[in-house]
Design a protein around this ligand. Sequence first.
Ligand code: NI
Length: 395
Amino acid sequence: MDRMTLLPEEYEQILRIKRDLHMHPELAKAEYRTSGVIREFLEQLPCVDILQTGTPTGVLARISGDGGGTEIALRADIDALAQNEIYESPWKSLNEGVMHACGHDFHTASLLGAALILARIKAQGQLANTVDLIFQPAEEGTTGARSLIDAGLFERIHPRAIFGIHNRPSVESGKIVLHEGALMAAKRNMTIRIKGRGGHGSMPHLNVDPIVCAAAVVQSLQTIVSRNTDPMESLVLSVSRIEGGSPVNRVADQVEMNGTVRALSDEALDRGIARTEAIVSHTASAYECEWEVVWEERIPAVRNLPAMAEAAKMAADAAAGGCVTDAPPSLASEDFALYGTQVPSWFFWVGSGTKGEPVEDLHRPMFHTDDRAMQQAAQLYAAAAMLTPQELHLQ
Ligand code: NI
């Protein structure tokens, strides 16, 4: 048996952890129990050092190499979503309104599985690389990576490469998706405010109605994708919330909207942002309203570096016995991309769908994973952590 294989008793251990986390999901920035479970698990392993993260719920651990290697970081996210679970299982969520609907429990348990494999290899004196294990809070809402980095992550660890994974229910378990280049979208979320002048609904000529203006803005924003974007480019613009108004006989003072602009290329995203500002500002002035667009931090695209493709394939082949496939990119975003702005990075999708079953995708109340795929996921993390500097083209 290959030393990087997750042993049956190790699989049983991480399956127990996964189901425990699944029953006790916690929202972004509130992963106190979860981080406690992770820390407790790691503390009983020989050769694993727990480092500070400077954040309340992040966990950072290190397995020091025996020399001759490099330093590699592995990242899993740990938070859950604010929604009810409908899928019936003995380990259904016990926290009303909170569900591991994106499988971050799967990622967490898989990274703990990799820790088991790597600690075993270390105990045999065969671990050359130093491996940093990052358990990141608050991936949902994409603020967790930023909080770890701002709290000094890359002063505590100095990886020469970083790897992350996400489960993929639309891909059968047992398979790993390898995709070079842009994998997940760059995004920028926004708040748009349209300010008018409220007053009695019977005297519209004396007021400035922001609702009519907001309706025109929402309609016009749709033309950014249809009229301003190269049809070969992928851009999404969605207005996800609109709020304004008061009782029936009154014109509102203000309308507030939230939305997101996302694209696989920086150029397309820049154009989407510029056109959004132009449409909001010119439409508002045409309707005699004041306006404001407040942008959240830009999350870059997850881009898998061509220079790492060969090494990533070696790790995937080792983990999945050659069951490696490709898949088209997704317009979802991932704050794993922020690590990639500082360290060469590769992000894998790990098939988690059950063969023959309808796909229940991420963030759905019926979402669930084929947990047997945690074997491939744990082995993938471990294999990536064992790549040599030569294989990673670091020399
Ligand atoms: Ni997710």
